[in-house]
Ligand binder design. Sequence first.
Ligand SMILES: *Cc1c(COP(=O)(O)O)cnc(C)c1O
Length: 415
Amino acid sequence: MSENRLAIHGGPKAKTTPFGTGKRFGLEEAKELMEALEQNTLFYHSGQKVKQFLDDFNRLYGVKYSVATSSGTAAIHVALGAAGVTVGDEVITSPITDQGTLIGILYQNAIPVFADLDPHTYNLDPASVEARITPRTKAIVVVHLAGNPCDMDPIMEIARKHRLKVIEDCAQSYLTRYKGRLAGTIGDYGCFSTNDFKHISTGDGGIVTVNSGEEEDFRVVHAFADKNYQRFSGQVMRDLSYLAPNYRMTELQGAVGIAQLKKLPWICEKRHRYGERITEGIRDLPGIEPHGVTEGGWCSYWFYMFRVNETALGCTRDEFSKTLTAEGIPAHPGYIPEVVYLNPLFQKRQAYLNSHFPFELTEVTYERGLCPTAEHILQTAVRIGISEFFTDEDIDEIIGGIRKVAAYYQKSVAG
Ligand SMILES: *Cc1c(COP(=O)(O)O)cnc(C)c1O
């Protein structure tokens, strides 16, 4: 009996031992970094490290061309720029994402349009995407949230029908698969982040895959990340024909990336196994909905997020999250506080200081209620961090903690 007492009521914590930790970086990275320095240049086009990093990435992903960038945000901007997204174009995307998904859209002076999500997978609902297409729609940026793939077959079909470009935001979705294909190789471009919080880290950094496999497309993407320098036509061409930022990756990032990439399959396998194990451990609980994986999908769980049915459990999501945290299982209410369109940028229609451009070009609006399912997900979800350094015991204690808290609230409802 006393065993079941909640930790917030003075009972024993569900988590009895510290969570497993580990070192992300070691001598493998140090060796690559030393070699980079010994090159006597840290410029990607002169050195070998970024080239090697991309070669390894291309082999792992089975793509012919990719381009390294300074961040995931930059990778998405580069893909949008190369896709020809420009002033007043509409780009459909997800309202539950990092702002890095949106920044490139607005820097191209295009208009973000938000489609609603599936309540179980937290990814774009293809029917909502199609409903938000207008004659001004130019592209879709799908976000494979938390390692879980979007339902790409219907999305690609819609895109083909309306002649839209598809950019995959894979910042949280390394080695994620959809019906046997790797996320990031299905749309026109796949964009990855190697910032310090992702599956692999180069401090900051990013990658864009060029999925047409056409050399000409590769050259456009490459130049868009490099101030429009054309470096492959014998002699370097630096005539500016249109605007392109400097989003280059350095040899130091490339060096670390080479070593990190070797660890990626292990990292993703572990996270996959842990995420699936949590689902197995909580799926029978009334009032708890496990993190839904898209049909035909393989999830590399950047985080694990379940939903709480507040009526069935007789507690609020915030209470559940707080009680679970007290059990020694660090839990967070939702992923981001609100859907991204409720940010001041959209509410004030101010992408640039002292300007309403490009919002003044459009009738698109951003009121609460625009994507009701997405809003409801963020109001009812509890997120738990997953690490590849956790142990099986850690996962079992996470499951035990969720079960204990759910059982307590259930009993209160019943009695
Ligand atoms: C991290 C992230 C980005 C941006 O990546 P940065 O490298 O931080 O610029 C974009 N989209 C999503 C979904 C992300 O999680």
